[in-house]
Design a binder for this molecule. Structure first.
Ligand SMILES: Nc1ncnc2c1ncn2[C@@H]1O[C@H](COP(=O)(O)OP(=O)(O)OP(=O)(O)O)[C@@H](O)[C@H]1O
Ligand SMILES: [Mg+2]
Length: 527
């Protein structure tokens, strides 16, 4: 029987006591596990309701850190989360292994052979899992139960310490908030997570933590596809208004004659067609956050009305005599340089100053060192779920290929490259247990002259070929067709949106809205 040596335990205890931060502590924990148990991969995952989040790993590709595992979709994880004791899965267990294809230093799609997992409990609460894998079958069969118990206890204590420290840090940052609630929310929340560990992203996250709980209006700016909307949602979720509504307004898509009614509402009979009272976005957002997306596209007349509402905290619905008080925090976003817009008279200086009490810049993807890999892993897992693929991996060469690109379309472009590459990989490897995204699936990732004029972020030349269409859901196939058609007309009209809209028998605002939904971007607009 294999047993963990007492010297290894003492060494670990000393290591953990002197570790400076959680990452360090987790790394040392995994080192010790590998010393005690010969294995090819070990991972520590934290538990968040229905999701497991890898927080430290060895022997698995780094993109795994960006993956979020939905427990009910992974029978092995489910079994572990429901168990109080470690589970050694049989070498021939038919249950799919969530790490199949994720082990590094292994050519081909070798499935894992020995696999065990340790549920980590502290005070009867499940904090996470420790998983240990080996490519050699029956490797774990003669490890003593006691050894596993010791490792579980140490790992659970390590995780608990890390959680406590985080709580303390949150307490220092947000003394006015209830710590328990904050951490619980933060740990359990899933989806819409801001992925990124580069120093520039850590700085951004810190800034968000600081500013979220204030009631300042926030202006979020940055290039297209960097995640401005996601940052706005994060701000709301971290704010004291998190239980209030967050109302979204796309300023670029508001038809000019309806802006006032959309924002402030109207009363019955205010204009032809107003057959009943209707609340505007400001009222809907009362007690919460109003997100004014693409604020730079707002006509000057509408800007003054918004300014008045912000200054006085009151609105006047169209056709109503008296004003109504509202309590709304404004978060605005733009990919324009608003200062320059002010200089050129296209944006009101007073509104700009009101909005930009605290401006937040979301960096380009090319500025976030090391994050492409994490985001790629995150999107691979997301795409796998959406398409219902059992196992999806991305090769190291493909990751390296993604890393060397400069990503003019930022995170959104990466998201689309991963989805497209997955479709290609799946078509190529139909019937295989593990689908592997290879470099060729990701395309050339070089900008052509044509692309520099027309930034076709979601263009997919192959998407209309018959064999692709058959594999796509109707909605996606229809959207692809719309996308191709709009791009074609825009190219023929040399980027003139008004002319393209006329040819498509629609109006410019509507075309803009559809194009935005389909992620069609024209960099050099002629008109
Ligand atoms: N750090 C991130 N982690 C995970 N997903 C991200 C991150 N940043 C962006 N995304 C995803 O990338 C996509 C584009 O992000 P988003 O729509 O927020 O960009 P944007 O800056 O508002 O772009 P635009 O200026 O074109 O409106 C979304 O699907 C979003 O969820
Ligand atoms: Mg946006």
């Amino acid at each position: 029987m294999k047993q963990i040596s007492s010297s290894a335990v003492i060494e670990l205890a000393l290591d953990l006591a002197t570790s400076l931060n959680s990452k360090d502590r987790f790394d040392r924990l995994l080192d010790t596990v590998r010393k005690a148990i010969a294995c090819d991969a070990v991972a520590l995952l934290s538990f968040h309701g229905d999701v497991l989040k890898p927080i430290a790993l060895q022997g698995l590709s780094r993109d795994t850190l960006g993956r979020r595992f939905f427990i009910e979709e992974h029978p092995r994880f489910l079994a572990l989360c429901q168990s109080k004791a470690p589970i050694r899965f049989a070498a021939d267990s038919p249950l799919p292994d969530p790490y199949d294809g994720l082990l590094i230093d292994r050519a081909g799609d070798l499935p894992v052979h020995s696999c065990m997992g340790l549920p980590l409990y502290y005070d009867d609460n499940l904090l996470g899992l420790l998983t240990i894998d080996s490519l050699t079958p029956h490797d774990f069969e003669d490890i003593e139960v006691r050894t596993l118990e010791v490792i579980s206890a140490i790992a659970a204590a390590t995780l608990n310490t890390a959680f406590l420290l985080e709580q303390l840090e949150s307490r220092a940052d947000h003394s006015q908030q209830v710590v328990a609630e904050l951490t619980e929310e933060a740990w359990k929340r899933d989806g819409g997570e801001l992925i990124g560990e580069s120093s520039i992203m850590s700085q951004l996250k810190q800034e968000l933590d600081i500013v979220a709980s204030s009631d300042f209006n926030i202006l979020i700016y940055g290039e297209t596809g960097v995640g401005k909307e996601l940052v706005a949602r994060t701000l709301h979720q971290k704010s004291l208004r998190q239980h209030g509504p967050m109302v979204y307004v796309n300023c670029a898509a508001l038809p000019e004659n309806l802006i006032e009614s959309e924002l402030f509402g109207h009363v019955k009979g205010a204009f032809t067609g107003a057959d009943r009272n209707r609340a505007g976005k400001f009222s809907l957002a009362d007690g919460g956050t109003l997100f004014l997306d693409e604020i730079g596209e707002l006509p000057l007349a509408a800007q003054s009305k918004i300014l008045r509402a912000i200054q006085n905290n009151e609105i006047q619905p169209v056709g109503q005599d008296n004003v109504e008080e509202v309590n709304v925090r404004i978060v605005a976003a733009t990919n324009r340089d608003l200062k320059e817009e002010v200089g050129e008279g296209r944006f009101r200086a007073d509104l700009y100053h009101r909005l930009s009490v605290y401006p937040i810049r979301v960096p380009r993807l090319s500025e976030r060192v090391g994050d492409v890999q994490l985001l790629a892993g995150y999107f691979v897992e997301q795409t796998r779920r959406k398409l219902g693929i059992g196992q999806l991996k991305i090769t190291e060469q493909a990751i390296a290929h993604l890393t060397q690109y400069n990503w003019p379309g930022n995170v959104r472009e990466l998201e689309h490259v991963v989805s497209r590459a997955t479709l290609k990989a799946r078509a190529r490897q139909r019937g295989k247990k593990i689908i592997s995204i290879e470099q060729a699936d990701c395309g050339a990732l070089k900008r052509t002259d044509m692309q520099q004029t027309f930034e076709l972020l979601a263009d997919n030349e192959d998407s209309l070929k018959a064999d692709h269409v058959i594999t796509l859901p109707l909605k996606t196939a229809t959207e692809n067709f719309q996308k191709q058609l709009i791009i074609k007309i825009l190219k023929e009209e040399e980027g003139n949106w008004a002319a393209a809209a006329r040819r498509l028998s629609t109006d410019r605002a509507n075309l803009n809205r559809i194009a935005k939904r389909l992620n069609i971007k024209v960099l050099k607009s002629v008109v």
